[in-house]
Write a protein that binds this ligand. Structure first.
Ligand code: NAD
Length: 277
């Protein structure tokens, strides 16, 4: 198989959740630029329209379509999956990506105690919201992906956006974020075992600090940004576009024997002992 054939996704049917901004948008863009037909789902309709307009103006090879969907709404998400499968002729690649930040943790980047982020101050509604979007909605999305891919019987690739927070608790990102991402990474392993026999591959992308909307708020804070730069082996945070080659790899036949993997892309940040923070 030539290198071109390995990475070829032309004509594939792709769905991306949380695609109006950030990493989701980058996943959609790389796939459509390589000729895949991509549907972008997002809760933010205005930004989704802007993103679709910009993507179409950039002369992609594939089609891009969008729908406003809240991934926590199971019925609406299921309906969106049906519509995409109908319009795009099934589903080959699903990015379960939508997520939110979890506010401040119990430490600041300078190691000072942050009273608002401590467990006794944690608002239960905040916990429920972050777990609901960052874990349960990934489950909702992966479940629908599995159902569609099994029924159509031609395999597929399911890619969940986890985080280095799945393995690495820094104290600085709000507490509910860590168990949510650990849950996503374990869900990926469990589903890889379950779905392998249907040639459905399931992998996690585990980013470190990328400049997106989520991280934008955090990194607009000079102390936070400087801390990430200091902790990274490469001495910088990542541009959103740097996620694209990994997304294309996992979506395509180039990763045909890769499943259950936790693909860390973090500039080496995870190598720092947590005590240094
Ligand atoms: P982002 O805020 O730029 O994009 C997230 C998108 O998800 C937004 O367009 C938002 O509108 C959408 N969204 C939020 N809640 C939704 C809902 N209920 N239904 C549908 N859409 C919803 O952030 P991002 O950094 O691109 O985040 C994407 C994923 O990457 C998240 O799962 C995040 O946890 C993960 N991640 C990001 C980083 C980073 O540094 N940026 C690091 C590790 C993991």
């Amino acid at each position: 198989m030539s290198l071109e054939t390995m990475f070829d996704v032309a004509g594939k049917s792709v769905l991306v959740t949380g695609a109006a901004y950030g990493l989701g948008r980058a996943y959609a863009e790389i796939m459509a630029s390589q000729g895949a037909n991509v549907t972008l789902l997002d809760i933010n309709g205005d930004q989704l329209d802007r993103t679709l307009g910009e993507l179409r103006d950039s002369g992609l090879r594939g089609q891009v379509t969008g729908a406003v969907v809240d991934v926590t709404d199971r019925a609406a998400l299921a309906e969106a999956f049906e519509a995409v499968a109908e319009r795009q002729g099934g589903l080959d690649v699903v990015f379960a990506n939508a997520g939110v930040d979890a506010g401040p943790g119990f430490l600041t980047p300078e190691g000072r105690r942050n009273p608002d982020g401590q467990i006794d101050a944690l608002d239960d509604a905040h916990w429920d919201k972050v777990i609901g979007i960052n874990l349960t909605s990934i489950y909702n999305t992966m479940k629908l992906a599995a159902r569609h891919m099994k029924a159509q019987g031609r395999g597929g690739s399911i890619i969940a956006t986890s985080s280095i927070a799945a393995f690495y608790a820094d104290g600085i990102v709000g507490t509910p974020y860590m168990p949510a991402k650990a849950g996503v990474s374990h869900l990926v392993k469990q589903l890889a075992m379950e779905l392998g026999r249907y040639q459905i591959r399931v992998n996690a992308i585990c980013p470190g600090p990328f400049i997106t909307n989520i991280a934008g708020g955090r990194m607009a804070n000079v102390e936070d940004r400087q801390a990430f730069i200091r902790w990274s082996c490469l001495g910088r945070v990542a541009e959103t576009d740097e996620i694209k080659p990994l997304a294309l790899y996992l979506a395509s036949q180039a990763s045909g024997y890769v499943t259950g993997a936790q693909m860390v892309i973090d500039g080496g940040l995870i190598l720092r002992p947590a005590q240094e923070i």
